[in-house]
Design a binder for this molecule. Structure first.
Ligand code: GLY
Length: 409
């Protein structure tokens, strides 16, 4: 063969090889996110590895993971929705039906929780699992589960206190009608049920709960304790108290609780467009970002006000805060960039080997150095399924924003 012919043949073969590779990449890349920085791709690969390994135990036991300390738990545990919810986020990230199938399997282990009226956590259990599944698949069955779960949650509403009771009365703790700041998160389930059913009573309950929380749960500096107790007969505020966070409710500013509040009032603005919720969320943000005890890397200690072991971190509080800040960055007039930058910095830190466990280690949980209840001595400096969940949620939100996609349709 003459030299020029040989060259042409090689060129044709090379072009053919390139076009096959390109075609192959195009057909296997089902992710809706074109822009995926290297650090994000690596972090997701690790997260997928953990989630896949965990699935073996989930399907074997019918339970879902709670923490490195407590292992897997039955669906009634308050954390049962987080692992299925994380799988839905992997489906959203990859666009791969395999993850949708796995997410569906894990979600449907929680079927009976829609009827659970024992505490306010039905919101966490059902919205993170069925709620995410509904948003991604429009499965009509999931819609029914969401509405039923919101009905269950609203059985705990009292017209006098105008709040949803988080936990049941407790004589030992002198709690008649305890409401915890975490409950703000469950308003998302109620709002979705309102949109799906048109039943205005859902919306009214969510608004009243949020308004009472602004009035009674927060101090002047926009920090809050974990618990507020009400009198169910008169509806009056009784006292601030603690269960998680530092044990002095006058000063305690439990870091995960502050993150729940930030996220909760941000979602109230998303749903209502009432500027008072945006203003409130921005005040909470200011308390956090200007706090002298906020570490430079924004991975908070377990309580912003605790004199006890103040150096113990809670990466779950950081993950929730990052996710909240990403959403708040979309609504804020003046602090858009700041919130985005803080969230990005948190996500980069959590994606580093200091916080993100290697696949095959850490009992298949991803995010290390989370704190469950420091004063209670439980789940301290381990991993928690909600640390993992809000981390992967925030990573998906981050990708949406850098790909110019809306967080919510
Ligand atoms: N919702 C319970 C906690 O955050 O520890």
């Amino acid at each position: 063969m003459r030299k020029t012919n040989l060259c042409s043949l090689l060129l044709v073969l090379l072009l053919a090889a390139c076009s096959t590779t390109t075609k192959k990449e195009n057909t296997t890349d089902t992710s809706p996110f074109k822009n995926r920085p290297q650090w994000v791709q690596e972090a997701f690969k690790t997260f997928e590895g953990h989630a896949d390994n965990m699935l073996v135990d989930v399907l074997k036991t019918g339970k879902t993971p709670r923490s490195t300390e407590r292992g897997l738990k039955p669906s009634r545990d308050w954390t049962s929705g987080f692992y299925p919810g994380s799988l839905w986020y992997l489906y959203e990230y990859t666009g791969n039906q395999e993850w949708a199938k796995k997410a569906q399997q894990a979600t449907e282990l929680l079927d009976k929780e829609q009827y659970n009226t024992d505490d306010h956590d039905v919101g966490f259990r059902v919205y993170c699992s069925y709620g995410n599944g509904w948003l991604l698949t429009n499965n009509e069955q999931y819609k029914k589960v969401i509405i039923q779960a919101a009905k269950s949650l609203c059985t705990r509403y009292n017209k006098k206190t105008k709040t949803i009771m988080s936990w049941n009365p407790n004589e030992k703790r002198d709690w008649k009608y305890p409401v915890i700041i975490d409950n703000m998160m469950n308003l998302e389930l109620i709002y979705e049920a309102y949109k799906l059913s048109g039943d205005e009573s859902f919306k009214d309950i969510a608004l009243e709960h949020a308004n009472q929380t602004m009035k009674y749960h927060y101090r002047k500096d926009y920090s809050c304790p974990h618990v507020v107790d009400y009198d169910p007969e008169t509806g009056n505020f009784r006292k601030m108290d603690w269960n998680n966070g530092f044990c002095d409710p006058k000063v305690a500013a439990w870091s995960r609780g502050q993150s729940w509040g930030l996220y909760g009032f941000t979602l109230m603005f998303r749903e209502t467009k009432d500027p008072k919720y945006l203003d409130f969320a921005e005040h909470i943000a200011s308390f956090l970002l200007n706090n002298p005890n906020m570490p430079k890397d924004y991975i908070p200690f377990w309580d912003y006000a605790s004199p006890k072991n103040p150096s113990m971190r809670d990466a779950s509080a950081a993950a929730i805060m990052a996710s909240g800040f990403l959403e708040l960055s979309q609504y804020s007039q003046n602090n858009k960039e700041k919130y985005f930058q803080v969230a990005e910095s948190i996500l980069k830190t959590l994606s580093s080997s200091d916080y993100l466990a290697q696949v095959g280690t850490n009992k298949n949980f991803a995010i290390k150095h989370t704190t469950g209840n420091y004063m209670g001595g439980s789940e301290v400096n381990g991993s928690l399924s909600y640390g993992d969940y809000y981390y992967v949620e925030a990573m998906v939100r981050y990708l949406k924003l850098i790909n110019n996609q809306p967080l919510y349709q």
